[in-house]
Design a protein around this ligand. Structure first.
Ligand code: AMP
Length: 302
């Protein structure tokens, strides 16, 4: 397994593989890997084939974090990540630094070193990919600069890794929809695969941020899964339920936990992300909940 952190080396390898007719499967991540990430890597291997090449990127992208968010605390363990990826037969891990992804082009307004890992838009960088429809609600409403940062970094990574197929998780449902739209609208020559959400035994969706859930918060965090189950049960009983009624019920459930606060719960069409007034079979549910200071998201079809 090769580990590269320079853009030049990454592009050189990708071009070489392409010339040799190898399929490239790609999984972008922010590291601190769990079984959910690893399931995407296995899916990428399947899609690339035995003779293909699988690339995993590990990069915590400052541009998709707002200043008040957890960029500085985001968990990291590169040594462990590399061990897990080696065991899966990954061909290349791309681990760029900020200076590589967002170089300061002229010395003039170089930020002081202490401010290097500032959230938000880096200096001297002014070209963005902005999806304007699907990113309006839910995560986009709660985290205004988030999807601009995500779409821009994924576009950059696609230009570096040159993948034939890229695998994303259903866990970030809105993100996957936006990436699909970006690829379609801008004609990126890449196939997007969206793989199912892996969960802990008690239903909590796996996430690098679960590391923040200490003590009783870990138990309280299962309220997202319980909310999904509650919505499913309500629908099974009644066939259709007004979204407003179900939202109120789920808010009450979430906030019955002492340290949980609902950020949003939404019912929507899975293809368009358009909110629905009546919840029926096939409607998608997504929610974001603060458990203590940790913001968790989950979603599921009903
Ligand atoms: P992240 O490292 O959080 O940026 O996630 C990298 C990729 O892994 C994204 O495509 C996520 O949707 C996906 N992912 C995160 N959690 C899970 C999970 N529990 N199951 C499946 N995929 C996941």
């Amino acid at each position: 397994m090769q580990i590269v952190s320079s853009i030049a080396a990454m592009q050189r390898a990708a071009k070489k593989w392409r010339r040799a007719g190898r399929r490239i499967g790609f999984v972008p991540t922010m590291g601190y890997l769990h079984d959910g990430h690893l399931s995407l890597v296995k899916r990428a291997r399947q899609a690339a084939g035995k003779n293909g090449r699988v690339v995993v990127s590990i990069y915590v992208n400052p541009m998709q974090f707002a200043p008040a968010e957890d960029l500085a605390q985001y968990p990291r363990d590169l040594k462990r990540d590399l061990k897990l990826l080696r065991a899966l037969g990954v061909d290349m891990v791309f681990t760029p630094g900020d200076a590589e992804m967002y170089p300061v082009l002229d010395g003039g307004d170089r930020p002081p070193p202490a401010k290097r890992r500032q959230a938000g838009a880096p200096q001297n960088f002014s070209t963005y990919v902005v999806e304007e429809k699907l990113s309006q609600g839910m995560e986009g409403a709660s985290r205004p600069v988030h999807f601009r940062g995500v779409a821009t970094i994924v576009a950059k990574l696609f230009n570096l890794v040159l993948p034939d197929v890229a695998v994303f998780g259903q866990k970030d449902f809105q993100q996957a929809a936006i990436i699909r739209r970006m690829v379609r609208d801008l004609n990126f020559p890449v196939e997007i695969v969206v793989a199912p959400t892996l969960r802990e035994a008690d239903g909590l969706a796996m996430s690098s941020r679960n590391k923040y859930l200490t003590g009783d918060l870990r138990r309280q965090a299962t309220v997202l899964w319980r909310a999904i189950q509650t919505a499913r049960a309500a629908l099974k009983k009644s066939g259709t339920v007004p979204a407003a009624k179900l939202k109120a019920e789920l808010k009450k459930l979430v906030e019955s936990e002492p340290d949980a606060r609902l950020d949003y719960v939404e019912f929507f069409e899975p293809d368009t992300l358009a909110p629905v007034a009546k919840v029926t079979r096939g409607t998608q549910l997504a929610l974001a909940v603060f458990v203590g200071r940790t913001r968790l998201i989950d979603n599921a079809p009903l």
